[in-house]
Design a protein around this ligand. Structure first.
Ligand code: PCD
Length: 777
């Protein structure tokens, strides 16, 4: 009833510029913090002299690594069980690393005073290329960790090595390809920041910051700083984009908190753009070698992958504890293969920490890119059409629930239907005919296909936790006497429109308009515990909790309605948003009528204490597995290497769509992201580890100029495990689209004998490939 296209409730404030972001928070007596950062990628700290800064008339405190060491706070745990320096004490390990924190009366004085701090560094050789990190003579980055003599972080494998190798040994056709998923950045429009306010009288700490996981932050602050958890309140106000980069706790947050404790006044710290691009998170940086074993007639039998993962100087990857390579082992993708195996080796380098799940359910993006590139490499080897090859190998509907060779259980899907729809929408055969004509004229037109399966909605708590916190979400629903409702959830929207879609879920279950439901989120004092918004988990987990808590309310309402109708609850039925006596729809009582009765002096039967409110905690039985088929058409200018994305057809299946308009918006955004990564983005470094992309002049964001008018299609295969059959969708398009774009460009360049080129396919890089330089990033 309440599902369907509906403008976002949030729009009313966002369109008027009335949102409240962290930087809009202004408290009486507030001070401002700024961070001094390392100019070196790797250097020993000889001394830090802050006396001149401390003497600045507007400065109220200067906090150094030494100050923090005295408090036991110089290091903090990362989300991947490593430790990270809050402020450097012994060495700096990446350019932009936090060295000192100045607190002053205004933001300008804080920045000015940074220049008065005198740090003496002794520069060291830097490890910039992950491929040299394990060399015998590579400088050891993490000599802070006891007994550490190299830059090795972890080895991890999944799948059946023996079976996979055996299939490869006797395979008729084998292909292999090295590829890099470059280091990229989520680059949300709002940078990171925090306002910390420690009240010495009450002992209460309030932190405003744009976190995607407010409850997890609260617990971690309690654990790290030893503050009592009930005295910590984390408020995540409106967020200007998260994209995975706002899951972790950054040194600046801790500095703002310490600054407030030390000065006794609220402290605000806001990053600028360069600081955000240089230090707060990165994603991907996977050097991958993929191999496929197949029969000559194009049946894919096995896939084998080796990955070298660059984790930067501290392992700050946000992902469930059990999975050091995230969900990378879904790399067998959407295909029916006999066996698969992957090995992942993680290394430290002198780069910013991160490895965040940027629009990606923990490395699913890398996995999908790999397998979709590999299928095209196989198609080229066999001389088979890539659409045909995919149709031959896609999982069939009757194989669901499907158990993958690396341990996943895909919930539901009809893959061939989605791909056929995309091919029809694109007019695939016509496009191929046009391409042949153009090729004959020397023009470079490419058609790229990708098919993806995602694993989103982390995730059964027994398999998934972050630092020991299991991934389940609470929900609370209150119904006021007049039938208006307030839903409280733990997840935190960053622009996805939860205030709308979650209200729609409740509205749908209770037969009331979504406008009658207020959604409260982003404040740990106001909401039940839960793990937050990332990995497209809000709809699969908190969305399920919202449906279930609504059903609890509906069940209570049934008992009250029975009392009102002087009938047995068993004789009632729920239809058209009312409880009525079976066969007598006119007797129907709406939620508003029932709510008022529940608060009246009506004699209530056992089981109803006086109102309809309910709470729940939802522990998902499985992840949800959205999927989709994407087709991209590009034209490449052979003279300049410029790629123009002419068309993009995207067929997505995310099960039941709560708000198709929001879903389409999510897909539009993700497709633009994909075009950005495929064609223009990389976090590059020079050989000394200097960051080369610290502004939007160098790190390019796609605009409408680079994007075509997206052509969207849909199929609906409900998730059997989810109470309303919905699957996550927030990251689908970012996951699925880069491979489609790259496949299209490589297809365009096929006349030059090109089988692969690494992202980003900038004009310069394409030009190099066309001119015979086997470009690798
Ligand atoms: N939906 C519907 N239906 C369905 C599904 C879904 O309607 N079936 C919708 C919902 O409700 C929401 C949305 O849509 O509103 C989304 O969802 P999801 O999928 O569940 O997701 P979430 O959880 O909510 O979110 C998250 C995501 C992510 S993850 C990311 S990156 C991105 C996306 O989201 N981010 C963002 N999107 C977005 N948007 C915006 N605007 N902003 C942002 O920031 Mo990660 O992991 O974090 O990396």
């Amino acid at each position: 009833m309440s599902y369907g296209r509906m403008h976002r409730k949030e729009d009313a404030r966002f369109i008027r510029g009335r949102g409240t972001y962290t930087d809009d928070v202004r408290l009486p007596g507030m001070l401002y913090g700024a961070i001094l950062r390392s100019p070196h990628a790797h250097a020993r700290i000889v001394s830090v002299d802050a006396s001149a800064a401390e003497a600045h008339p507007k400065v109220r405190a200067v906090i150094t690594g030494q100050t923090l060491a005295g408090l036991g706070l110089a290091w903090m745990p990362t989300l991947s069980q490593d430790i990270q320096a809050v402020l450097a004490t012994d060495k700096v390990r990446f350019q932009g690393q936090e060295v000192a924190f100045v607190v002053a009366e205004d933001a300008y004085s804080a920045r000015d005073a940074l220049e008065l701090i005198d740090v003496e560094y002794e520069p060291l050789d830097a490890v910039v290329d992950a491929r040299t990190a394990l060399d015998q003579d590579a400088p050891v980055i993490r000599d802070d960790l006891e007994g550490r003599t190299d830059n090795h972080l972890f080895d991890w494998e999944a799948g059946d090595r023996a079976r996979t190798d055996a299939i490869f040994e006797r395979a008729e056709v084998k292909v292999a390809q090295d590829m890099l998923y470059p280091r990229v950045h989520p680059a949300p429009l709002e940078t990171c920041g925090a306002v910390a306010d420690f009240d010495k009288v009450t002992g209460k700490l309030t932190v405003w910051c744009p976190t995607q996981a407010p409850h997890a932050h609260r617990t971690l602050y309690a654990m790290v700083a030893g503050l009592p958890e009930h005295k910590i309140r984390v408020i995540s106000p409106d967020i200007g984009g998260g994209f995975g980069g706002k899951v972790g706790i950054y040194p600046g947050y801790v500095c703002a908190i310490v600054g407030s404790i030390v000065t006794g006044r609220p402290v605000k710290w806001m990053e600028d753009r360069s600081e955000n691009l240089m230090s707060t998170s990165f994603a991907r940086d996977y050097h991958m070698r993929g191999e496929i074993a197949a029969t000559r007639d194009g049946k894919i039998q096995a896939i084998r992958v080796k990955v070298l993962a660059d984790h930067g100087a501290f392992n700050g990857t946000a992902q469930p504890t059990k999975f050091p390579a995230g969900f990378f082992h879904v790399f067998s993708g959407s295909y029916d293969v006999e066996a698969a195996h992957c090995e992942v080796t993680g290394v430290y380098t002198n780069k910013a920490p991160g490895g965040v799940a940027y629009a990606c359910s923990f490395r699913v993006t890398e996995a999908v890119y790999l397998v979709e590139r590999m299928v095209d490499v196989l198609a080229a080897e066999l001389g088979t059409d890539p659409a045909e090859l995919r149709l031959r190998n896609l999982l069939r509907p009757e194989q669901f629930p499907y158990h993958s060779p690396t341990g996943w259980e895909y919930d539901s899907g009809d893959y061939p239907r989605a791909l056929r729809l995309a091919l029809d929408m694109a007019g695939y055969d016509k496009l191929r005919a046009e391409q042949a004509d153009r090729r004959a004229r020397g023009e470079l037109m490419g058609i790229g296909i990708s098919f993806f399966t995602e694993a989103v909605g982390a995730g059964p708590r027994k398999h998934m936790d972050i630092l020991g916190l299991g991934m389940a979400d609470g929900a609370e629903l209150r119904v006021h006497p007049t039938g208006k409702a307030v839903l409280r959830v733990s997840c935190q929207s960053q622009g996805q429109g939860h205030e709308t879609t979650f209200a729609q879920i409740v509205g749908h279950e209770l037969g009331i308009p979504a406008d009658d439901v207020e959604v409260v989120h982003g404040d740990t004092d106001q909401t039940p515990f839960g793990l937050g918004t990332y990995g497209s988990r809000s709809t699969p987990v908190s969305g399920a909790a919202a449906a279930i808590v609504s059903r609890k309310v509906r069940d209570r309402a049934r008992i009250v309605a029975a009392a009102m109708l002087e009938a047995s609850p068993d004789d009632l039925e729920w239809s058209d948003g009312t409880w009525s006596v079976v066969g007598d729809p006119a007797s129907g009582k709406s939620l508003a009528e029932i709510a008022l009765a529940a608060h009246s002096n009506l004699e209530l039967p056992d089981g109803v204490e006086g109102h309809l409110d309910a709470v729940t905690v939802y522990n998902p039985p499985n992840l949800t597995y959205p999927f989709g088929a994407y087709i991209c058409v590009v034209d490449v200018d052979p003279g300049t290497g410029q790629v123009r994305v002419r068309r993009f057809v995207a067929v997505d299946d995310c099960g039941v769509r709560i708000n198709p308009m929001i879903v389409e918006g999510q897909i539009h955004g993700g497709l633009a992201d994909g075009v950005g990564m495929a064609l223009m983005q990389v976090m590059a470094f020079d050989e000394d580890g200097n960051h080369l992309g610290a502004s939007f002049m160098d790190y390019l964001l796609p605009t409408s100029m680079e994007c075509p008018s997206w052509e969207l299609g849909e199929t609906v295969t409900p998730s059997p495990a989810h109470p309303i059959g919905a699957k996550g969708v927030g990251e689908s398009a970012t996951v699925g689209s880069p491979a489609a774009v790259v496949n299209a460009v490589v297809d365009a360049l096929a006349p030059y004998g090109v089988r692969h080129a690494d992202m980003p396919l900038t004009p310069a890089n394409v030009w190099r490939v066309v001119n015979g330089d086997p470009f690798r990033t």
